[in-house]
Design a protein around this ligand. Structure first.
Ligand SMILES: CC(C)(COP(=O)(O)OP(=O)(O)OC[C@H]1O[C@@H](n2cnc3c(N)ncnc32)[C@H](O)[C@@H]1OP(=O)(O)O)[C@@H](O)C(=O)NCCC(=O)NCCS
Length: 178
């Protein structure tokens, strides 16, 4: 369990499955994330989900995002862990819309970045978000990420953002997480 100011990050568990299925079949959320909407049924999803929970991965670490009073509101992860390059990609989704624009995304990302830089040797964390997703870009900017390029893939246009260990914590608003 990793505790932030508004959220806690914890390992994924089976009773997250219904929320995760609901979010991964939501047209607006999948559009904002530039991923295909799931088409499998919940029982099919649950089978795959149960299987995935059994195995840990050396290239990915996933967390549920809970409020401090234990409500599951989203997920975040770092993945594509590359130990040769000392870098990984970060992903976040606050699936519960009641918690948008209240600082939970910023707190989850800042808490996760802080965890990665404190607990691993990784030196760089990067992410991509849709050009049109101004809320996400603002959130990542508040967490210390800076844009470093653009990418067009599968008809989607993304902004690429990154944070380096050596920049991390130079901003006063993230210093309290170190
Ligand atoms: C993107 C996401 C993680 C951000 O988390 P959040 O808790 O909603 O964001 P925060 O409240 O921490 O910060 C959002 C900031 O964007 C601002 N914002 C909201 N809508 C905006 C818009 N249309 N244009 C510019 N800024 C906007 C908010 O005012 C806030 O900034 P402020 O604190 O300076 O006022 C979350 O909203 C989410 O998961 N959304 C759905 C899925 C999604 O977008 N996925 C893509 C992630 S790459």
């Amino acid at each position: 369990m990793i505790i932030g100011k508004k959220i806690k990050l914890r390992d994924k568990r089976l009773d997250d499955a219904l929320n995760d299925y609901t979010w991964q079949t939501d047209p607006e959320l999948t559009r904002l994330d530039a991923v295909p909407q799931l088409t499998v049924t919940f029982p099919q999803y649950l089978l795959l989900y149960t299987d995935e929970l059994r195995y840990s991965s050396s290239v990915r670490r996933r967390f549920a995002v809970d409020t401090l009073d234990d409500k599951h509101i989203g997920n975040c992860a770092y993945y594509g862990i590359n130990e040769a390059k000392d870098e990984a990609e970060l992903g976040i989704m606050i699936g519960n819309r009641d918690y948008w624009d209240k600082g939970h995304g910023t707190d989850a990302v800042t808490t996760l970045v802080s965890y990665v830089f404190r607990q691993t040797k990784l030196k760089r964390i990067y992410l991509k978000t849709l050009d049109s997703n101004s809320r996400a870009q603002r959130c990542f900017q508040k967490c210390g990420f800076t844009p470093y390029g653009r990418l067009v893939r599968d008809g989607f246009s993304f902004v690429l953002m990154e944070i380096h260990r050596k920049q991390w914590g130079k901003q006063s608003d993230v210093r309290s997480y170190q």
